[in-house]
Design a protein around this ligand. Structure first.
Ligand SMILES: C[S@@+](CC[C@H](N)C(=O)[O-])C[C@H]1O[C@@H](n2cnc3c(N)ncnc32)[C@H](O)[C@@H]1O
Length: 387
């Protein structure tokens, strides 16, 4: 079957583009033209549906799925943590409105060179190639099989950007410098190579791997060894930058806390329900205090769980007669104590969200920090190394 010329794709692509324009995420007519003219279906011949059942090119409903404003999962990998193995997402074609937003934030001009980290299906690479010319587009993915697939998809449209199977954390020194670096996988800090390989007035757009919050970083080069920018509240939610093709987790991530050791029991005056009520603003603020933090409320067990790879705290949702809540903590440090401190600081500072937070990153992993309101202000937090 010639899937490039499949019947009905143009009207669906046009309808999706109109939806994105109406949503305000495609303000630039040139990017709308790319979304209308690049056939997404060529890049996703096999999608994993909600229950992970494959939906393929010749099946009913496939084309409608392809042109919906949805993330299309295309690959999972099993990850083990001692409690069992789980299939975890490892590649997808991102939600079109998120892609459009990131391309808008990239603010790329004709004649400029872009490095994309996370080729995946190749669809976003095709949008970039349509807009800038494939000769200005470079893209890497850690998984060689994805790069092969993307190269094939792109060639069917006559597009031949430079692709490589490589760890995107290293950028692509051979073709540097780049005017723009666009990551479609999430980072916990800016890989130093990206800063080194960015031109003078260059920009990096990358999702921040901050748990529930998952905002975007829009970072401009402010010195030869430094980028800085505010955290954009747009909820991007991407899979992590990982350091192995056969592992879906980023460096230092686990599917949960699996440590053992003697628990510490105590009580808290912080109502655990406030943690989930604080939404993504609070989640991001707490993540700055405890990188990798995950918050999960289990009403059926009557508990709130917070964990990082190294520590776990379980808090009873029901208060005791004295108005405090029971806490059990295990692991390398007392995570709930950090959460209590973070919550108190968040309320004292008037509950800041991403718009008041920014990041300054030097080209070393220990020279990167998040700040409140101003890089030289009173509040800053060091960033954790990324995968
Ligand atoms: C959300 S998908 C990318 C979507 C893609 N831009 C598209 O349009 O289909 C994230 C991708 O990042 C890739 N990735 C994860 N870690 C990476 C790394 N260290 N270097 C390069 N690519 C990586 C994954 O293999 C996955 O394909």
């Amino acid at each position: 079957m010639d899937t490039v010329a499949i019947a009905g794709w143009e009207t669906r692509a046009a309808a999706l583009t109109a939806e994105l324009v109406a949503a305000g995420v495609l303000p630039d007519p040139e990017w709308s033209r790319a979304f209308r003219e690049v056939p997404r279906h060529v890049f996703v011949p096999r999608i994993l549906g909600d229950d992970r059942t494959p939906v393929q090119v010749d099946e009913a409903g496939w084309l409608d799925l392809v042109y919906a404003d949805e993330t299309l999962l295309t690959q999972t990998i099993a990850a083990g943590d001692g409690l069992g193995r789980h299939e975890m997402p490892s590649s997808s074609s991102s939600r079109p409105r998120v892609m459009a937003t990131m391309l808008d934030r990239l603010n790329v001009q004709h004649g400029q060179k872009v490095l994309e980290i996370g080729t995946g299906t190749g669809y976003n690479t095709a949008l970039l190639s349509h807009h800038l010319g494939a000769e200005n587009v470079y893209s890497v993915d850690i998984d060689p099989s994805l790069v092969d697939g993307a190269r094939d998809h792109l060639a069917r449209l006559g597009q031949h950007p430079q692709l490589a199977a490589a760890d995107g954390a290293d950028g692509w020194a051979k073709h540097a410098p780049f005017n723009r670096i666009l990551a479609t996988c999430a980072v916990t800090c800016i890989p130093p190579a990206w800063i080194d390989q960015l031109t003078g007035a260059g920009r990096i757009v990358a999702p921040l791997d901050a748990g529930e919050a998952g905002p975007l970083l829009v970072m401009d080069k402010t010195a030869p060894d430094e980028v800085t920018g505010r955290i954009d509240p747009y909820p991007a939610h991407f899979m992590p930058l990982r350091d192995r093709a056969d592992d879906p987790l980023g460096q230092g991530q686990t599917t949960g806390f699996t440590g053992t050791g003697v628990p510490h029991y105590g009580t808290t005056g912080l109502d655990p329900a406030l943690l989930t009520e604080g939404g993504t603003d609070l989640a991001l603020f707490l993540w700055l205090h405890a990188p990798g933090l995950r918050i999960a409320r289990a009403d059926e067990l009557g508990r709130l769980y917070v964990n990082t790879a190294a520590a776990l705290a379980e808090v009873e949702l029901a208060a005791g007669e004295d108005g405090t809540w029971l806490v059990k903590q295990r692991g390398a440090f007392r995570l709930w104590d950090i959460v209590e401190h973070g919550y108190a600081t968040w309320t004292a500072l008037d509950r800041p969200g991403p718009g008041r937070l920014g990041i300054t990153a030097l080209n070393s992993v220990d020279g990167q920090f998040a700040w409140l309101d101003d890089p030289d202000g009173a509040h800053s937090w060091p960033l954790a190394p990324t995968g």
